[in-house]
Ligand binder design. Structure first.
Ligand code: NAD
Length: 327
């Protein structure tokens, strides 16, 4: 492909992806499967890496998430809420492992966590009290959804210690609640949600928090925004500290010595994921040591020290079938 053709193709891919992203992030109503979105996104990434001079600052590959809904106050994140780079097979993970080891000489362990398919949230605690909750938004500016998050039972209004911190995690809708919600919406002639992720996002971004309160949402907290003044030097220790503070973390996690061990963990979840009562769309692999993370750094959109392995598309269909069988 020559440069002119590439320019036209890049613009077309960007336009398609931007429309899909708008339906997904703003309307909470995806127009295509995630696997289709990921495939087209990957085509754009490949083309942009073949013609780096054609990458524009407004390309979807340079941006995070969606737009801010009208009706919500804006919250500026002191530390940006980023996305994650993706891996789709074992080869991608081996490449990731190689890259990491070139970027640091610190011995590497990987903390491996489930990739919860919900909406990213930031919770701010001041002197141990929950004062503000926000969506990721475009990564820099999110929506203030404090009132709505106060209705989510798993979010403590007070931590066990009087700390001032920002913690981050995923707010999700359990599979059972999703099925019940869609059944009742169908019965009353309302549009049904395409999946638990969109149902969670739609429920959290309600102007009336009484509606959110009825939606049976839950959370898993997986990170602390600013690790500098926090009593942990690794991701695995920080999850333990978050637990002790009274925040709900996901206990399905593993510290791995090698990328081979990471792969074994991923393989167990290809089957096991259907048994979970919440949806996951992959497995997140993070360099465990914070000083190694700092050395490895970030791209404009995502940390270089982490990657999300995305489950293959057929698995998504299996999950939908399993939900139907368990109703
Ligand atoms: P992402 O969802 O692939 O990954 C980043 C997010 O993972 C983080 O923001 C965080 O919220 C979440 N996460 C869950 N568990 C985590 C954990 N344990 N540790 C750290 N993070 C965790 O990236 P994204 O930028 O939010 O969205 C892109 C993805 O959204 C695409 O790959 C696609 O699958 C989907 N999408 C689909 C459509 C569509 O039309 N179907 C449109 C846009 C985006």
């Amino acid at each position: 492909m020559d440069k002119n053709q590439a320019k036209i193709e890049i613009a077309a891919l960007n336009e398609t992806l931007t429309q899909w992203a708008h339906s997904y992030y703003v309307k909470d109503m995806p127009s295509v499967e995630d696997s289709e979105y990921d495939k087209v996104y990957h085509q754009l990434v490949e083309l942009e890496s073949a013609f780096p001079e054609l990458v524009t600052s407004d390309s979807i590959t340079q941006r995070i998430g969606g737009e801010i809904l009208k009706g919500f106050n804006k919250v500026e994140h002191a530390i940006p809420m980023m996305s994650l780079n993706n891996a789709f097979n074992k080869g991608d993970l081996l490449e990731f492992d190689k890259r990491i080891k070139k970027l640091t000489s610190i011995p590497i362990e990987y903390m491996v966590e489930l990739k919860i398919d919900g909406l990213a949230i930031n919770l701010r605690y001041e002197d141990g009290l929950f004062v503000q909750g926000a969506t990721r938004g475009d990564g820099t500016i999110g929506e203030d959804i404090t009132k709505n998050l106060k209705t989510v039972q798993s979010i403590p209004l007070k931590l066990s210690e009087p700390l001032t911190i920002d913690v981050r995690g995923e707010c999700y809708m359990p599979k059972k609640s999703f099925i019940q919600l869609n059944e009742s919406r169908e019965a009353s002639g309302e549009n049904i949600f395409a999946n638990p992720r969109n149902a969670a996002a739609g429920s959290l971004r309600q102007l009336d928090s009484k509606i959110t309160a009825k939606r049976n949402l839950s959370t898993f907290i997986y990170t602390i925004a600013d690790t500098d003044n926090f009593a942990a030097n690794t991701q695995s220790d920080s999850l333990n500290v978050l637990d002790e503070l009274g925040l709900k973390t996901n206990t399905e996690r593993k510290l791995c010595d090698s990328i081979e061990e990471v792969w074994e963990y991923i393989e167990t979840f290809l089957d096991k994921r259907t048994e979970l009562d919440y949806e996951i769309d992959g497995i997140v692999i993070k360099v465990n040591d914070f000083s190694a993370q700092q050395e490895i750094g970030f791209t404009v959109k995502a940390p270089r020290w982490a990657i999300a392995y995305k489950f293959p598309a057929e698995e998504a269909e299996t999950i939908i079938r399993d939900i139907e069988w368990t109703v």
